[in-house]
Design a protein around this ligand. Structure first.
Ligand code: GLU
Length: 411
């Protein structure tokens, strides 16, 4: 997708038609980010050469609380993508009602091509350069595509050294030993399961067939949780290709296969196909769990899933939304479907602030009601306006942001 931020703005404009009663200053402010930071991160490579990598932090809006959102390491990361992701975080936090605004970070790099030492230097470089713009009450990063708890550990250490005090609340998604939360690793997927369970009540399906595009942080855990519930995972993919088995894929075995071979492709008993074709296979729930812009106006008309649950950020472009809505395919939007991750990030931050830690059961018991009520709020907003769930989510979220902006006297 050339400029995902433009697609994000189109999503907001659709909701704007149903928000004529709010202060117009709210929408005006929400059309552009409050601050963007561009850096260049120097890394001494293992071969002795010096390379620099472009890094970003977009602080989109902090009306409801500190900026919040992950950091992506990806060869295609760029300011337009990071801005879109920061925009989506703003609405995501408002959709589930956690007290944050939205932000996002990125580094344009292929982390698979770095050694562990180079990756550490790069991660520390990002945190050091950003140490004067992030902070536990200012802006709180977390993992995203191709970043993980280990990287968060280096970053929280670097930030804490820069400010001269241990500051676990500056980053979420940390390892458990240094203030990470139980349940954070599975939170994005778990939140998506809770939301899917609500959706299935409306669809009157008990044990859905599921296809998951992407087998990373979110998608692989979704596959595990879905199969634990007895749902039939019939298709999977990663960046190297896709596999299908209409009888169901054994997730424990395919995870082992991926660990050994580096990909889900080649898993015994499955049919191979390309990622694009996977999206067109018949199933109850299609779960895009990789990158943005995969469901387009070209393939939307041929999608045979009953519903789409967006575990990725921004997988569906607005023109595709229109086609899917007309066909009666329900799209549970990213800002609701994948909000479990940032919700448990919020719990992690609360635990860091209290210095008192919860069990996994306590975390999940707090996550579930938040996801269930967010789903119902979005469903209500959409049905009463006669629009799709994405527009419903934007209507609901924007009303919450508007309230904060008005109460702070920002508009
Ligand atoms: N990167 C995740 C997201 O897109 C998590 C963000 C967070 O935990 O702050 O929602």
């Amino acid at each position: 997708m050339a400029n995902p931020f433009k697609e994000g703005l189109k999503q907001l404009e659709r909701a704007a038609k149903h928000l004529e009663d709010i202060n117009p200053g709210v929408l005006e402010r929400l059309r552009s980010p409050m601050r963007e930071v561009h850096i260049s991160i120097p890394v001494r490579m293992d071969d002795g050469s010096l390379r620099t990598f472009p890094g970003y932090r977009v602080q989109y809006d902090d009306s409801r609380g500190p900026f919040k959102g992950g950091i992506r390491f990806h060869p295609d990361a760029n300011i337009h993508e990071v801005r879109a992701l920061a925009f989506w975080m703003t609405f995501k936090c408002a959709t589930v009602g956690i007290p944050y605004g939205g932000g996002k970070g990125g580094v344009q790099v292929d982390p698979k091509k770095l050694s562990e030492r180079e990756l550490e230097v790069l991660s520390r470089g990002w945190a050091r350069a950003m140490s004067n713009v992030i902070g536990p009450d200012i802006d709180i990063p977390a993992p995203d595509v191709y970043t993980n708890p280990k990287i968060m550990g280096w970053m929280v250490d670097e930030f804490s050294q820069a400010v001269g005090k241990w500051s676990p609340g500056v980053i979420t998604g940390k390892p458990i030993s240094i203030g990470g939360s139980q349940g954070r690793g599975q939170a994005t997927a778990q939140g998506g399961i809770y939301v899917a369970q609500e959706l299935l009540k409306h669809l009157k399906i008990k044990k859905p067939s599921v296809i998951i595009q992407g087998f990373g942080n979110a998608g692989s855990v979704y596959a595990e949780l879905a199969s634990d519930l007895g749902w039939k995972v019939i298709g999977l993919s990663d960046s190297r290709g896709a596999i299908v088995n209409t009888k169901g894929i054994d997730i424990a075995k395919v995870s082992k296969h991926k660990l050994q071979t580096g990909s889900v492709v080649g898993f015994p008993g499955s049919v191979e196909m390309d990622n694009e074709k996977l999206l067109l296979q018949a199933c109850d729930i299609l779960v895009p769990a990789a990158l943005e812009g995969v469901i387009t106006k070209t393939n939307a008309g041929r999608i045979k899933a009953k519903a789409i649950l967006e575990l990725a950020n921004g997988p569906t472009v607005p023109e595709a939304d229109d086609k899917l809505f007309k066909k009666g395919i329900i799209v549970v939007p990213d800002i609701l479907a994948n909000a479990g991750g940032v919700t448990v990030s919020y719990f992690e931050w609360v635990q860091n602030n209290m210095n008192y830690y919860w069990t996994e059961t306590e975390v999940l018991d707090r996550l579930k009601p938040i996801m269930v009520s967010a789903f119902n709020d979005v469903w209500m907003a959409a049905t009463s306006a006669g629009v799709d769930l994405r527009t419903g989510a934007y209507i609901h979220a924007t009303r919450r942001i508007a309230e904060a902006m008005v109460d702070r006297g920002r508009v």
